[in-house]
Design a protein around this ligand. Structure first.
Ligand SMILES: [Zn+2]
Length: 58
């Protein structure tokens, strides 16, 4: 099971501020800066999925 094809289907959107990005990398960087505290909190909570790249599935 792969979940890496999200960027080809639609632009990823930040579920925290509803801002859209060209790709998952841009979204990831946005969240790791703008929402740093929130992302780190969820990383510890969901330590089985260290990458915040699948946030659009929340
Ligand atoms: Zn955001």
């Amino acid at each position: 099971m792969m979940v890496l094809s999200i960027t080809d289907q639609h632009k990823p959107k930040c579920y925290l501020c509803q801002e859209m990005f060209d790709n998952m990398e841009a979204l990831r960087k946005h969240q790791e800066t703008t929402h740093k505290d929130f992302i780190e909190y969820h990383r510890k909570k969901h330590d089985y999925s260290p990458a915040p790249g699948d946030v659009t599935l929340f």
